[in-house]
Design a protein around this ligand. Structure first.
Ligand SMILES: C[S@@+](CC[C@H](N)C(=O)[O-])C[C@H]1O[C@@H](n2cnc3c(N)ncnc32)[C@H](O)[C@@H]1O
Length: 214
């Protein structure tokens, strides 16, 4: 029997993917052309499915880039108010333009700043918290938004398998990534061991951890 390879699966999964909106098609093309890291197509699908199940009303995102995933949440959860944090001013500008273009400016608020500095000021509880910024800081981000979690909150952490580096040291290409890989291992161990959360790790895109606050 032929072995299933990740490439074979990815190619097939991507062939099933259908874009929800022509603006998102343009934005994905822009991201590819300009090397902006945005969620993969299968991670995008997961967002739609999770939002269909959960019907979130409040979503917090850490790491906006050009606003692609924030807009996906906006489409996937038409009732939701979304707060998203981005440190790069140029990205914030671009994200706000994209958000206005699709008409979500009343529902998606982009805050410009370092998440470490912005998060302590964020009030209220969120139904979904999406962590997709500096890969070495996930535990810090998580701790800073613990006050915004309650039973039922779903924490989605993207890129937790960081190009395979947390799984196998031989994938580590540079020194800086060694720290990121170790911190990601620590973060995943924390998520799996903390009994308040039910966590599973999905080999989707660059790895997604789903943690449900029980
Ligand atoms: C992977 S991209 C986000 C992609 C976006 N979620 C999407 O899928 O469309 C990560 C973003 O996090 C931002 N970032 C990195 N460190 C950050 C920090 N400490 N605080 C806020 N944003 C940060 C980067 O500038 C970058 O735009």
């Amino acid at each position: 029997m032929a072995m299933l390879t990740p490439d074979l699966i990815e190619k097939y999964v991507y062939s099933l993917y259908r874009q929800k909106n022509s603006q998102l098609t343009e934005m994905r093309q822009y991201a590819e052309d300009n090397l902006v890291p945005i969620i993969t197509r299968d991670a995008e699908r997961l967002i739609y499915t999770l939002c269909a199940i959960k019907k979130p009303e409040k979503i917090l995102e850490i790491g906006t880039a050009i606003g692609y995933s924030a807009i996906c949440y906006g489409i996937a959860a038409p009732e939701a108010e979304i707060t998203t944090i981005e440190v790069r001013e140029r990205s914030v500008f671009k994200a706000r333009k994209n958000i206005e273009k699709i008409g979500f400016e009343d529902r998606i608020k982009v805050i410009c700043g370092k998440a470490e500095e912005v998060l302590p000021e964020i009030e209220g509880e969120f139904d979904i918290i999406f962590i997709d910024a500096a890969k070495g800081q996930y535990r810090k981000f998580f701790d800073l938004c613990e006050k915004n979690m309650s039973r039922g909150t779903l924490i989605i952490s993207d890129n937790v398998l960081y190009k395979g580096m947390p799984c196998d040291e031989s994938y580590i290409d540079e020194r800086r990534n060694k720290t990121i890989a170790r911190r990601m291992q620590d973060y995943l161990s924390f998520l799996f061991e903390d009994e308040r959360f039910e966590t599973s790790l999905l080999a989707i895109g660059d790895g997604i951890a789903l943690s449900y606050y029980k």
